[in-house]
Design a protein around this ligand. Structure first.
Ligand code: NAD
Length: 294
């Protein structure tokens, strides 16, 4: 079985490497040549085009920024749909709009090509460790057939429902992460301004009900002034746009998500779009005229 992997960025590169480590035969493509060379050194073949990759692959995995890129790569001219064999599968692991997933699913179905939407959570560290959480939409029998491939990159792989359900789960994930980072920031700026050590407050509360994976990942980054992405503010804005579009269309008002979205818009104007989403803390630091340090 040959796997074609398209999109070798912060997430795709380590995920592709884990598939090689698990013994899969890999061919890779990215518009950026540098990660292609790195994957070649790790044992993958490289492809000159998406079409060539699709023709020789039984499974095509995409890990691209957003819906327009995935639609272009899969459905566009010279895209996966023109080269992939009937009976093959596209596993899109990018975080995209659920409606876009469903559109791609339907177009591929006409050609006898299966599709799963299988976005991930966990960020770069878990992509490197192969301990991502994968949430999957599509046909259950297709999920069962390709479970082992997804598990080679993940600690958990959960079937959520029909096409698009994986990306609905991912939007839910992004709500919890965004509001959680804002809550951690509010707590730590209070500690700072009250003259109590943010580090000791973090140590005191992390084991109680307030503790979370988000707190453990982001509080140390904020206190160390380390805003290297990770997960960029720009990508989180993209996800919250998809959240709010979806929530408005299904009739689920999300007031806290809307507020964090505006916080992200504000720090983007300060040049933080390319930084890790831990830089949400900078919004509070500006309001309080103080810096959260250990
Ligand atoms: P990234 O920008 O680092 O990587 C995207 C890659 O896609 C780049 O290498 C780019 O060159 C390539 N690409 C773009 N357009 C292309 C095209 N037309 N053809 C071929 N290659 C193309 O992004 P990332 O951080 O790896 O994120 C990828 C996806 O995973 C996004 O949807 C993101 O929301 C999601 N995600 C990211 C994280 C994270 O922490 N970074 C965590 C979970 C999910």
């Amino acid at each position: 079985m040959k796997i074609g992997f398209i999109g070798l960025g912060i997430m795709g590169k380590p995920m592709a490497k884990n598939l090689i480590k698990a013994g899969y035969d890999l061919v890779v493509y990215d518009i950026n040549k540098e990660p292609m060379e790195e994957l070649k050194a790790a044992g993958a073949e490289t492809s000159a085009s998406i079409l060539e990759l699709a023709k020789q692959s039984d499974v095509i995995i995409t890990m691209l920024p957003n819906s327009p890129q995935v639609e272009e790569v899969v459905l566009g001219e010279g895209g996966v749909i023109e080269g992939a064999k009937p009976g093959s599968v596209v596993i899109d692991m990018s975080s995209i709009a659920p409606l876009s997933s469903r559109k791609i699913f339907k177009e591929l179905e006409k050609k006898g090509i299966d599709m799963l939407d299988a976005p991930v959570s966990g960020g770069e560290p878990k992509a490197i460790d192969g301990t991502l959480a994968v949430m999957v939409g599509g046909k259950k029998e297709v999920f069962d057939k390709y479970y082992d491939i997804m598990k080679a990159m993940a600690a958990s792989v959960v079937y959520v429902g029909e096409s698009g359900a994986g990306n609905i789960a991912k939007l839910c994930n992004q709500i919890v992460v965004a509001i959680n980072i804002a809550a951690v920031s509010e707590a730590l700026i209070l500690a700072k301004k009250a003259g109590v050590s943010p580090e000791l407050v973090y140590q005191a509360i992390r084991g109680g009900l307030a503790g979370s994976t988000v707190m453990d990942a982001k509080a140390p980054m904020i206190m160390d002034r380390n805003f290297k992405p990770g997960f960029r503010i720009d990508l989180h804005i993209k996800d919250l746009n998809n959240v709010l579009d979806t929530s408005h269309s299904v009739g689920a008002p999300l007031p806290l998500t809307a507020q964090v979205m505006e916080i992200m818009q504000a720090i983007k104007l300060d040049g933080c779009g390319v930084e890790d989403h831990a830089s949400i803390a900078k919004f509070y630091e500006k309001l309080a005229n103080a810096e959260i340090t250990r």
